[in-house]
Design a protein around this ligand. Structure first.
Ligand code: ADP
Length: 401
């Protein structure tokens, strides 16, 4: 069974074609910088090595067209007929309160999706265009929508509400939604599988640390809290997002700097100019921060310390929310690869039963592994995330049911 996973970002389209009988990749790639003069198109398949070229693609519909036409190409394609694709899974950033779980695409689902546009105005129209393009190019093939927010829908009201006047929740749907749900879901399932224990018997904190980062507190396979909020801005210090700040700072900034009366400028400041980048003045990339800190950049060292401290604080608060944990899982670019971050985060957490084996933590590997000491009460795992595979699994499951 072949499943195509499509991920339309604000200016990119990523795709993976899976053979779900073996859960292996057949073809994958991405188109970046859609709408700019030059777009970068990179793709690879089990039969053909990586190919890169610049193309001119003005919108997401054209990008999806290019990808599907190449998948069908007689010389370098991976399928000879669209009917080989059993289902297409679309990654959708925001399902608001409309979508509590993945759904099959229908006209009604598309109407509901449009109502979620204001919740993620950069991503949702791109997702919508991706769905439309797939419908046009793969007529008769079922599409499934898998939401980043859906896995967090089990968070109780006292945890997802903001203490603003209630009308803003009722009228404007302002509440915590949480993101990276597919990744948190995937690594939680993998962790249980790795330990050979049922997910429903485990209390887990998953730390997805990438450019964008979030933590989730999971009990019985259900999320009880997460660090991101109404948007992905909330929570820990990230590459270029500030994470949690005193909300009064916003009003203060607007009073002092007239340019921030413009919401685009303000959003840019908080999402693109802050975090590791804003503090260090060097980069939003953890590798560059670590290098700069090692060469004596005090601001880079500060940025590193701030990020690690913010992760540690969330671990503490989720530990309290769960009344103890069995597992702490690190995933995504930083979580999987940056041993100094894991070491700093886990330092002095013995009181919570978290004891890292610092040597195991330094080992370089792409495999799932345990990096805590044998007698650590809490097991600390590294689990490479695979959101695309999770979307393919969910899509397969949904059409099966
Ligand atoms: P995104 O949110 O864009 O998907 P990723 O999960 O790819 O992000 O994570 C990107 C982050 O991972 C960057 O900060 C990058 O520096 C960091 N990273 C990737 N590899 C390493 C590494 N070997 N050591 C330290 N950090 C790394």
């Amino acid at each position: 069974m072949k499943v195509l996973v499509v991920n339309c970002g604000s200016s990119s389209v990523k795709y993976t074609l899976f053979d779900m009988d073996k859960e292996s990749k057949i073809a994958w790639g991405l188109i970046e910088c859609i709408g700019l003069d030059k777009c970068f198109y990179k793709r690879e398949s089990v039969n053909f090595p990586e190919k890169k070229e610049t193309v001119r693609v003005t919108n997401h519909i054209q990008a999806v067209e290019l990808i599907i036409n190449e998948l069908l190409d007689k010389n370098c394609g991976s399928i000879s007929d669209i009917k080989e694709i059993s289902v297409v899974g679309h990654r959708i950033v925001h399902g608001g309160e409309k979508f509590l779980q993945p759904v099959v695409v229908t006209e009604y689902a598309k109407e509901c999706l449009k109502e979620c546009f204001p919740l993620a105005p950069l991503h949702m129209p791109a997702h919508y265009d991706g769905i439309t393009a797939v419908e046009k190019l793969l007529p008769g093939i079922t599409s499934v929508l898998v939401f980043d927010t859906a896995f967090h829908q089990t968070i109780p009201d006292y945890a997802y509400m903001y203490a603003l006047p209630y009308k803003f929740y009722e009228k404007d749907h302002i509440r915590k939604y949480g993101f990276h749900g597919t990744s948190h879901n995937y690594v939680a399932c993998k962790a249980a599988e790795f330990l050979g224990k049922p997910l429903k018997n485990l209390k887990i904190i998953t730390a997805h640390l990438g450019n964008g980062s979030s933590l989730a507190a999971i009990e019985n396979g259900k999320v009880v809290d997460t660090s991101m909020g109404f948007t992905p801005l909330q929570g820990i210090v990230m590459g270029s997002r500030c994470g949690d700040i005193d909300a009064a700072i916003i009003a203060y900034l607007i009073d002092i700097y007239p340019e921030y009366k413009n919401s685009d400028a303000l959003n840019n400041l908080l999402n693109k100019e802050s975090g590791l980048l804003g503090i260090s003045g060097v980069s939003a990339d953890m590798r560059a921060i670590l290098e700069a800190a090692a060469s004596g950049s005090k601001k880079s060292e500060l940025a590193f310390n701030m990020l690690c401290y913010s992760v540690k604080k969330y671990i503490g608060s989720f530990y309290a929310a769960l009344n103890g944990i069995d597992l702490l899982v690190f995933t995504a670019g930083i979580g999987e690869n940056s041993y100094p971050v894991r070491e700093k985060v886990c330092q002095n957490l013995e009181a919570l039963g978290i004891e890292l084996d610092t040597e195991k933590n330094k080992e370089n590997s792409q495999n799932i592994r345990c990096i805590s000491k044998p007698n650590s009460k809490v097991k600390v795992l590294i689990i490479p995330t695979n959101e695309e595979l999770m979307i393919a699994r969910i899509s397969k499951q949904l059409i099966g049911s």
